[in-house]
Design a protein around this ligand. Structure first.
Ligand code: ADP
Length: 635
């Protein structure tokens, strides 16, 4: 029969598995058992509402059997099974293909830490087997099918005989070599040890035949007249795992290490989470929760494919895989499980949404997550920054979204780059460092740290010894606008005109100069009326001649943001630009002189200065050729 080929990426992965020098190949059993448990979860969930399943919760089990002579390990489950199509779909491609990427065409097994890259799943069977046979009958199907593969050369799917619904995974263990003793996986003690180590909390019984030896008395007597004994072995099927889910155990038992291992396996992450949160609530609503804050965003996190939510259990029985109502949108990165005996088992999705108990739990969890993040922020800033790099954007979206409903919850979690040091700062720490004379929280916004730190307007703020936050993400200014202030300190852009920096005296001086330059300013305003709404003298500048600021709600950064958006938002939403001139700069003197002698030349200087201000603000110049020509003429 013709063999079907694996999809290209899958084939390469398979090659890596087969030739794996990976020392942790023992995890194959965990992966196979975890699949069996998932399949049972699915059928037991169906059984809650569908009598036709004909199985009770006690009937579900996973069996692991060893055959030393045939050199096989068989893992059987009475879960939901697979149809022919599902076999082809699920076993012919690599799992989570989106998260697994070969870095180059030429990677060898030694280059790739496969397990380190993603949860390996079914294919890990090939780390210990030279052939894998899968026999499965799907729930509701008449016909059973057999999938078989020796690895790299493809697979076959044929009809076969199987009476009961479920799946048998038969792993044909590789022959032993000088270096590798695969035979150890055919030893009961070894497999039992692996189940204990990796799959102890699986909530269905994992059954194995265990040999017991008893010494029974015989009729014969020894020289002392005592009856002789002889060993008698008998085999008994036993449950090897304790079945207590990890979240139901005491903290002493469910150590951080065990919880982290559970997290990685269950939620397919290769990295340790930054935080493990245990909740054991008793009272009006009793529940246990085990939550994790991942250290990196899954590849699909910011896409529609990502399914937020926590797994919901009622006394160890899963009622929902992803219950989104348990978490606010802003904490959608949190993974974990919630188990409450108070929830009814066959509760429907719609009812769940209005469930009062669920709302109480969700409210509590929201506070727990925030508290843990705040704790991390001070106790382990490095870890917090890892979290922030992965999910800071989500927190910012959370502040801006839902009309600012969550801003109180989230504002303390914000961190920004600042002029204080090369580390990120929280708003609380920023305010803590503010000298008494400082009225506002200042920020400089641009599309890169370099541009933000180099804005001409910063100089005056820095000269006063005040700290600046740097906003480099397009959402940052929307966040500032939503918050408006933090601890009663208004948050102001250095590009927003009044910075509250001048003393009375400076202000009067400025007004006098402005009075003297009134005619010039009117001329500039007229000349540049297509580019800017106003021209002003500024005190915010020290060494620069000009800068661009804005009036009103729309900032320069927002303008840039909208310009990048598809559609005509960029045409409609524009900042009201203001050109600010430094009256103590030589260029201003030159401009004043030209205005007295040669109006054309003055207009040219004005244009160049205006374009220069735009460039410094990170905005494009409309007519670069004209700009360049003007610069040359003036030189
Ligand atoms: P993952 O379990 O992470 O999705 P795997 O490679 O381990 O990836 O498995 C791929 C898919 O094959 C599973 O998602 C499931 O649909 C199917 N599968 C594997 N083992 C079983 C089983 N014992 N019963 C039913 N379906 C299974």
């Amino acid at each position: 029969m013709a063999k079907k080929q694996f999809k290209a990426e899958s084939k390469r992965l398979l090659d890596l598995m087969i030739n794996s020098i990976y020392t942790h190949r023992e995890i194959f059993l965990r992966e196979i058992i975890s699949n069996a448990s998932d399949a049972i979860d699915k059928l037991s969930y169906l059984a809650l509402t569908d009598d036709k399943v004909g199985l009770n919760r006690e009937d579900f089990r996973i069996r692991v059997s060893l055959d030393k002579d045939a050199r096989t390990i068989t893992v059987s489950d009475n879960g939901i099974g697979m149809t022919k199509e599902e076999m082809e779909e699920n076993l012919g491609v690599i799992a989570h293909s989106g998260s697994f990427k070969f870095k180059s065409e030429h990677e060898t097994p030694e280059d790739v830490d496969i397990i380190g890259q993603f949860g390996v799943g079914f294919y890990s069977a090939f780390m210990v087997s030279d052939k894998v046979t899968v026999i499965s009958k799907a729930y509701g199907a008449e016909q059973a099918y057999m999938w078989e593969s020796t690895g790299a050369d493809g697979y076959t799917v044929t009809e076969c005989q199987k009476d009961t619904v479920g799946t048998d995974i038969i792993m044909h263990i590789k022959p032993d070599t000088q270096e590798e003793h695969y035979g150890e996986f055919l030893e009961t003690w070894r497999i039992r040890e692996l189940i204990k180590k990796y799959s102890d909390y699986v909530r269905f019984p994992i059954r194995m035949d265990i040999e017991h030896t008893e010494y029974v008395e015989t009729e014969e007597t020894d020289e002392n007249g005592n009856k002789k004994t002889e060993p008698v072995t008998h085999v008994q099927e036993e449950t090897v795992n304790s079945m207590v889910p990890i979240w139901q155990r005491s903290k002493a038992d469910a150590t951080d290490e065990k919880c982290v291992a559970f997290y990685k396996e269950r939620f397919h992450d290769t990295q340790d989470p930054v935080a493990v949160i245990r909740v054991n609530a008793e009272g009006l609503t009793s529940y246990r929760a085990l939550l994790f804050i991942p250290s990196k965003a899954p590849y699909d996190f910011y896409s529609r494919d990502y399914k937020p939510g926590l797994a919901l259990y009622s006394s160890g029985v899963m009622i929902m895989e992803n219950c989104a109502d348990l978490l606010p949108e802003c904490f959608r990165f949190v993974r974990g499980v919630v188990d409450s005996p108070d929830l009814s088992l066959n509760i429907s999705r719609e009812i769940l949404q209005h469930d009062r108990q669920l709302k109480v739990i969700a409210g509590n969890l929201e506070n727990k997550v925030k508290a843990e993040l705040l704790r991390l922020m001070t106790a382990d800033p490095e870890k917090y920054d890892t979290f922030w790099a992965a999910f800071g954007r989500q927190i910012k979206y959370g502040i801006v979204g839902e009309y600012g409903m969550k801003k109180e919850l989230l504002k303390d979690l914000l961190k920004f780059p600042s002029s204080n040091s090369d580390k990120l700062t929280s708003l609380k720490d920023y305010v803590g460092r503010m000298p008494e004379s400082q009225k506002y929280i200042y920020y400089a916004a641009a599309d890169s740290l370099h541009t933000a730190a180099g804005l001409p307007q910063n100089e005056q703020v820095r000269a006063k010894g005040y700290e600046l936050l740097y906003f480099v993400e397009d959402i940052d200014e929307f966040v500032a606008q939503m918050l408006f202030s933090y601890e009663e300190k208004e948050i102001r852009s250095v590009s927003a005109g009044d910075l509250g920096l001048e003393t009375e005296e400076e202000r009067r001086e400025q007004e006098e100069t402005a009075g003297r330059s009134q005619e010039l300013l009117a001329f500039l305003k007229e000349t540049l009326k297509d580019d800017v709404t106003d021209v002003k003298l500024s005190n915010a500048l020290v060494s620069s001649a000009v800068c661009l600021s804005y009036e009103g709600e729309i900032s320069l950064e927002m303008e840039r943001y909208f310009r990048q958006m598809p559609g005509d938002a960029g045409e409609k939403i524009k900042a009201r630009h203001v050109l600010e001139l430094n009256p103590s700069h030589q260029v201003f003197a030159a401009l004043t002189a030209a205005f007295g002698q040669d109006k054309d030349r003055a207009a040219k200087i004005a244009r160049v200065l205006c374009d220069q201000a735009k460039l410094l603000a990170g905005l494009p110049v409309d007519d670069l050729a004209a700009y360049s020509e003007a610069v040359c003429t003036l030189i």
